[in-house]
Design a protein around this ligand. Structure first.
Ligand SMILES: C[S@@+](CC[C@H](N)C(=O)[O-])C[C@H]1O[C@@H](n2cnc3c(N)ncnc32)[C@H](O)[C@@H]1O
Length: 298
């Protein structure tokens, strides 16, 4: 089968799920991964034929996509902050906006690390990632903040197994000391004992979509991504932020910073949670689309 024909057939089978440009993009990701071809191979090599040994696997991949399964679960990974993270239906697929949270945390953590180094202080920059899921935030900070010590917690043992299974090479910044430590914990209970008392950075991307917003979401999200990672009750949508503020009062070091991802429609309400818990500097930050997406507190 010609690659161009596979692409045409794929776009038509995905038509009820995705607009054509998005379907094309998904198929490019799929066959780029399976065949090693690039985005325009079907144009630059119109006679490119899918090798017979790859065709049946690609057809079953297309069946999975046509049933609504996200392409990231089909190929088993998602790119995040320039690295490949393994994903399975036990974890949320990392989203591009969460990279903004990481960029800000890396900036703050790297400044602190450089300051300590200039003072001959070898105390690591300690980072706590609450609701770690795939571990994308925890690993990114562990690999990108020099000399950091990172802990990631989640209530889901299955998510923690995925987070612990991530593997990176030295070209990704991996060294023997850079792996985060992943621990089970329920954010809605008291914090467990950590080997260190305080953290310089506390980060979280907790569940924040209300049950009533579920109807606006695409079936590929609601049917395949873990509900535990996504939804909060309509009558108490900010419960995780109160829990994060409670943990941060205990665990954030003096001069430390917290950054949380938030529901775009609840910027002011989430800001008020941290103000009510006594944090003095509480700021709402936007994402790429100008939507309220993060709260930074210290
Ligand atoms: C929105 S996902 C974030 C995953 C990852 N940090 C990211 O940014 O892609 C939220 C995570 O919170 C976890 N979670 C849900 N309830 C929790 C609780 N009570 N305590 C700790 N983690 C919880 C879920 O298992 C899920 O992995």
């Amino acid at each position: 089968m010609l690659l161009g024909d596979f692409l045409r057939e794929g776009v038509s089978r995905l038509a009820s799920l995705y607009p054509a440009p998005e379907a094309r993009n998904i198929l490019h990701i799929l066959y780029g991964e399976r065949l090693g071809t690039d985005r325009y191979t079907h144009v630059t090599e119109p006679l490119y034929t899918i090798p017979a040994e790859s065709l049946s696997a690609l057809s079953s991949d297309l069946d999975r996509l046509a049933s609504g399964e996200p392409v990231q679960y089909v190929i088993g990974f998602e790119e995040f902050c320039g690295r490949r993270f393994k994903v399975s239906p036990d974890v949320l697929i990392p989203r591009p906006e969460t990279e903004i949270l990481c960029a800000e945390a890396i900036r703050l953590g790297s400044e602190l690390s450089a300051k300590r180094l200039s003072q001959c202080d070898d105390t690591p920059v300690r980072v706590l990632d609450l609701c770690t899921g795939s571990g994308c935030i925890a690993w990114t900070l562990a690999l990108d903040i020099p000399g950091s010590e990172v802990y990631g917690v989640d209530i889901s043992e299955k998510a923690l197994a995925v987070a612990s299974s991530q593997s990176f090479s030295s070209s990704d910044g991996r060294s023997d000391r850079s792996s985060p430590v992943f621990l089970p914990a329920d954010l809605l209970s008291d914090p467990p004992a950590f080997p260190c008392d305080k953290f310089d950075l506390i980060l979280a991307n907790p569940p924040y979509i209300t049950e009533s917003q579920k109807v606006e979401m695409r079936p590929n999200v609601t049917r395949y991504e873990p509900a535990l990672a996504l939804f909060v009750p309509d009558d108490d949508p900010l419960l995780f932020y109160r829990a994060i503020a409670k943990w941060a009062l205990i665990l954030l070091s003096v001069g430390g910073t917290g950054i949380v991802e938030i529901n775009e429609s609840m910027g002011t309400g989430t800001q008020a949670v941290f103000q009510d818990f006594g944090f003095r500097k509480v700021e709402v930050m936007d994402d790429f689309y100008g939507k309220n997406r993060f709260v930074k507190f210290s």
